[in-house]
Ligand binder design. Structure first.
Ligand code: CP3
Length: 341
């Protein structure tokens, strides 16, 4: 039996529309919180292969989703490139050292993708216990989104520092993006070699850029990653996800298999543009999970729009920490039930 998730990525017929949730291995799960209390801190959890495997598999056991996603963070790679990372309560991720000039970029460690071996060890452990019918998704951040943290040092509302670079020193920024892209391709390739069944690139801050600049500074690099992966690993689906760029979609193309759709973008609008050229993944507003009724309404509507088309159910962004687990389970079961063929 093949993997329902991988088949759906390639537009093959499946017994139902597969489903998983962004951030599904996280704080809304009591079993996640238990491990977190034991280990004490998030980053240490991501650096321990046994813990990585345990947490990655939790949503498979609890929710019976069709894909597991590696438990890690998009910021582990830049951390291994030489920027010490910490998470602060109420702030989020922080790099105290940031990228400001050519020298900072030259000093970045090009062995980062090897130093991050705890991820590869984790993947091997996950694959030992993951049921044959389920897929494991490996991932990275997009070079643009990772670079926003490397330049700004933390999450940002205006992105003034990196956008200043976009308009005053684009050459410097391209140099950084090139280096991050190179590391990312090597990183994702090693995840595949270790056993990842699919890979996804998260571009959470693509929407910080105006249309033309989005394609120049974000999409082109995501396309380059996809192209390189598809060249070497034809059977591994590539998923691209940019947030906040629904209005730029008509210009998106490339050698990928699945496009993640955020919750601001109506699914019928996306389908109109892409037809069945790609599988569309998404896109329920994650806050609907606070209500079973609101969840049901969206699932039925999305299933109707996507009926007969290439689709994977997901949320339009990550699940929130205070969502009842019971509602998440309801969402997963319902997606399969209403699409069973
Ligand atoms: O989807 C998954 O379950 C896989 C694991 C995963 C995490 N982060 C685990 C995590 C993935 C794919 C990410 C991606 C990620 N990380 C993105 C892109 C996707 C998105 O959500 O937009 C970004 C921007 C980050 C950076 C990051 N890491 C932020 C902004 C935060 C939140 C900080 C906070 O205070 O909540 C994190 C932490 C993080 N990454 C957690 C998890 C489970 C929470 C850690 C915890 O508090 O236990």
């Amino acid at each position: 039996m093949g993997k329902v998730f991988v088949d759906a990525c390639f537009g093959k017929e499946t017994p139902y529309t597969p489903v998983w949730m962004m951030r599904q291995a996280g704080r809304y799960l009591p079993e996640y919180m238990e491990v977190r209390r034991k280990v004490g801190n998030f980053l240490d959890m991501t650096r321990n292969p046994e813990i990585v495997a345990e947490i990655t598999l939790q949503p498979i056991k609890r929710l019976d989703v069709d894909a597991a996603i590696l438990f890690s963070d998009i910021l582990n790679l830049p951390m291994e490139m030489g920027l010490p990372l910490r998470f602060e309560k109420g702030v989020g991720p922080i790099f105290d050292k940031t990228i400001n000039d050519e020298k900072d970029i030259e000093e970045l460690d090009e062995r980062a993708y090897e130093k991050i071996s705890y991820v590869y060890k984790g993947i091997k452990l996950i694959k030992k216990d993951l049921p044959e019918s389920k897929a494991l998704i490996g991932f990275s951040g997009s070079p643009w989104t990772v670079s926003t943290y490397m330049v700004e040092g933390r999450g940002s509302k205006q992105y003034a520092k990196i956008k200043k670079m976009v308009y005053t020193n684009p050459k410097l920024l391209h140099k950084l993006l090139d280096k991050v892209t190179d590391q990312t391709i090597k990183y994702l390739s090693k995840q595949i070699e270790s056993g990842a069944d699919a890979i996804m690139v998260f571009d959470s801050w693509g929407g910080a850029l105006e249309r033309e600049k989005f394609f120049e500074f974000s999409w082109e690099y995501m396309k380059e990653i996809a192209k390189s992966i598809k060249q070497n690993y034809k059977n591994i689906p590539v998923i691209l996800f940019s947030k906040g760029v629904g209005l730029y979609m008509s210009d998106m193309d490339g050698e990928f298999d699945v496009l993640g759709i955020d919750w601001n973008t109506p699914m019928d609008y996306a389908l109109d543009i892409f037809k069945d050229n790609y599988t569309l993944q998404g896109n329920m507003d994650p806050t609907r999970l606070y209500s079973k009724e609101a969840t049901k309404e969206a699932v039925i509507k999305i299933a109707e729009i996507m009926k007969g088309h290439r689709h994977i159910f997901n949320l339009g962004h990550g699940i929130l920490p205070d969502v009842p687990v019971e509602n998440a389970k309801y969402f997963v079961d319902l997606c399969k039930e209403v699409t069973r063929r």
